[in-house]
Design a protein around this ligand. Structure first.
Ligand SMILES: [Zn+2]
Length: 664
């Protein structure tokens, strides 16, 4: 094969897998295989730089920083839509349009109205050549370098389309990605962003396309602005054609025949907005037939053949009554607002988080202010702004307290954080136990915040490990518990001992180590001891484990107080080894072990479990049937028995390698 052909082959394959991954959400190959393909392409292109094409998957990020955005004239105007706010508005539009076309039962297409950033993208002979924002509808900003970094926007169409094609879509910041971005910002002491739409816009209009590339923006295409000769007769066919070209369209789009179906579509998505990973502020209804669209036309840059039916407002104005602080499990004091209760779209809002003092200062929020509250993007309500023109002069600024509101100890300031560093602070212990017992960690039923508060206040628990030495009598000492609820709780604490390593690791509350990070760590490290031994550099070399997390793990596990607590948890029988390495298989089938001495990575019962999980058996005494004696530190009399009977001796390390690689 010629180099040209090889390059083309690789690019086609990578484009195809990008399409599967980013557009259809159904990848066929693993990330590793994908990386291999990409590496092959990069290496081949490095050897033949003159053969690099603009639509190569390696050319998404240009690396050059722009000095400003040029203007681009749109091929045809980017129209904005008229709005309907009530069912009555919708009916009147419906009557008018059906009368205009003289067809009482035309078809309509219902789509979600995305709360993002409208974009026009031009392809020439199937290759992306430019992208522009809406701007004033006639002329927009040239953001070609930036949109090229969005993986769900193909650099090359999947189907040959000759000449020019202008497609329209909406760039979105997925809610889940937005939340991740904010979690990272909070972790770094930065102010979180307040709305996915504004952040999507800010991310796209970056002079440095590298920043856009890091933001995980996404897109839905919903219209064709311009194309040469074609035989498409309806909007529905247009959407189908976009999909054929490999452009991501929304799978929820629906073609309907009546106003009742339009209202159904509206009410389904008005009620289920939270189930979507992107923000919508209504639905769009379009006349399907393109001839009809032509006939109805547009006025004032608004097409009359389409309308946006908006969802009820998710913003409201209310009084900021007071600001209090919560103490988190790592001692961070977080301010939150208590509001005059207000209903937004069926939900009563009483509180809103204020993140940190800088957030409050930047928005200039004062106690007594009238504030705009929004419930969007994530479900947590946000204060958008204060209505400064409504101030009466008696509003007061908020200061972070100098004493912890729970233990009354002096707080300290670290960057933007204010911390209570009292290790005995009951608020921190309460939050930590709450986290430990939560669904994502140990999932201990019946151990809610009220029960935990009582246990902490009555000094029944001083750290996590005390949970596992509680008995029914301890609980009966507390008013809150009856015979039944006490024994139920003891049982669910007992059951939690079966939770896998990554959940235990999550539960420990190591700063910055959540569920996902714990899972990654447990795939890499077999036991908590291995994890403790790992240096910051080793940890940092694992993909998606950054320096903050690495340092945090290292500090936590090498703190003697924490390690002693982990030791107590081990003795209570919690699982501190990885099931992914020791997954159930038949590696040790028909092999009989005896055990003597103490081990570094596991206690006796853990070791027995591992052997059973791998299909082996253990015996209490050495017999002729014993195949191996696993030898720990300070072995007992079994060592002599084994020597007498000529039984093979193996160390802990040798045993571990047995389960990693099959023995002959
Ligand atoms: Zn405190």
């Amino acid at each position: 094969m010629t180099i040209d052909k090889q390059l083309e082959e690789l690019r086609t394959q990578i484009h195809y897998h990008d399409y599967l991954y980013y557009v259809t959400n159904h990848p066929e190959i693993s990330d590793n295989v994908y990386d291999e393909l990409l590496q092959n392409l990069i290496q081949l292109e490095e050897k033949h730089p003159n053969l690099i094409t603009n639509d190569s998957p390696t050319q998404r990020v240009s690396g050059t920083i722009q000095t400003g955005f040029k203007s681009i004239d749109h091929k045809t105007a980017l129209l904005s839509l008229g709005n309907a706010f009530t069912e009555k508005d919708l009916y009147s539009w419906y009557k008018k349009t059906t009368a205009l076309i003289g067809d009482p039962n035309p078809k309509f297409v219902c789509e979600l109205k995305f709360d993002g950033l409208a974009i026009s993208i031009l392809y020439e002979n199937g290759v992306l050549i430019s992208g522009a924002t809406r701007g004033n509808g006639i002329q927009g900003e040239d953001v070609t370098q930036n949109i090229r970094t969005i993986k769900s926007i193909p650099l090359k169409l999947r189907k040959q389309h000759l000449n020019l094609l202008d497609v329209r879509g909406e760039i979105l910041f997925p809610k889940s990605k937005f939340q991740q971005l904010n979690e990272n910002r909070i972790e770094q002491g930065l102010i979180p962003y307040s709305h996915p739409r504004n952040t999507a816009s800010g991310s796209l209009r970056q002079l440095n396309p590298n920043i856009t590339a890091q933001r995980n923006l996404d897109i839905f295409f919903y219209n064709i602005g311009y194309m040469d000769r074609h035989n498409i007769t309806s909007h529905w066919e247009q959407l189908g054609y976009l999909k054929e070209l490999g452009l991501k369209t929304n799978p929820l789009n629906k073609r309907v025949n009546s106003i009742e179906e339009i209202l159904d579509f509206y009410s389904i998505w008005n009620n289920n907005q939270n189930a979507l990973d992107y923000c919508c502020d209504g639905i769009v209804i379009k006349i399907d037939d393109l001839d009809y669209q032509q006939k109805i036309g547009a006025n004032n840059r608004q097409p009359k053949w389409a309308i946006a039916y908006k969802f009820p407002s998710i913003q409201a104005t209310t009084l900021l009554k007071k600001i209090d602080v919560n103490v988190g499990r790592s001692g961070v004091l977080t301010p939150y607002a208590t509001l005059e209760p207000i209903e937004i779209d069926g939900v009563i809002i009483k509180h809103a988080t204020l993140h940190n003092i800088e957030y409050i200062q930047k928005k200039d929020l004062r106690i007594g202010d009238q504030v705009v509250v929004e419930r969007a993007g994530n479900v947590i309500p946000q204060i958008i702004s204060a209505l400064t023109n409504k101030r009466k002069g008696n509003e007061t600024s908020f200061q972070m307290p100098h004493k912890c509101p729970t233990c009354m100890e002096q707080t300290i300031k670290e960057d933007t954080f204010v911390l209570c560093i009292n290790a005995q602070c009951p608020a921190q212990l309460t939050r930590l136990i709450e986290h430990f017992a939560s669904k994502n960690s140990m999932d201990i039923e019946g151990l809610g915040i009220k029960q935990i508060n009582s246990l902490v206040q009555q000094k029944k628990i001083k750290d996590i490990s005390d949970l596992y030495i509680l008995d029914v009598d301890d609980l009966l000492d507390i008013d809150r518990f009856g015979e039944k609820s006490a024994s139920n709780l003891i049982q669910s604490i007992e059951n939690s001992k079966q939770q896998p390593f990554y959940r235990v690791l999550t539960g420990l509350g190591i700063p910055n180590v959540g569920n996902k990070t714990a899972e990654i760590l447990c795939k890499t490290f077999t036991t908590i001891d291995d994890l403790k031994e790992a240096s910051v550099e080793t940890l940092n070399s694992i993909p998606s484990i950054g320096i903050t997390i690495s340092t945090s793990i290292n500090n936590f596990l090498n703190n003697p107080i924490n390690w002693e607590m982990i030791d107590r948890l081990k003795h209570s029988g919690l699982i501190f080894y990885s099931n992914s390495k020791f997954e159930k298989n038949q590696t040790l089938n028909n092999i009989t072990f005896a055990i003597t001495g103490k081990f570094n990575s596991f206690n006796r019962s853990e070791l027995e479990n591992i052997i059973t999980d791998n299909g082996g058996t253990t015996t209490r005494n050495i017999t002729k049937k014993t195949n191996f004696l696993i030898l720990g530190d300070s072995p007992g009399s079994k060592l002599n028995d084994a020597k007498t009977l000529g039984i093979s001796l193996i160390t802990e390390k040798e045993f571990k390698s047995m389960i990693d690689t099959k023995i002959p």
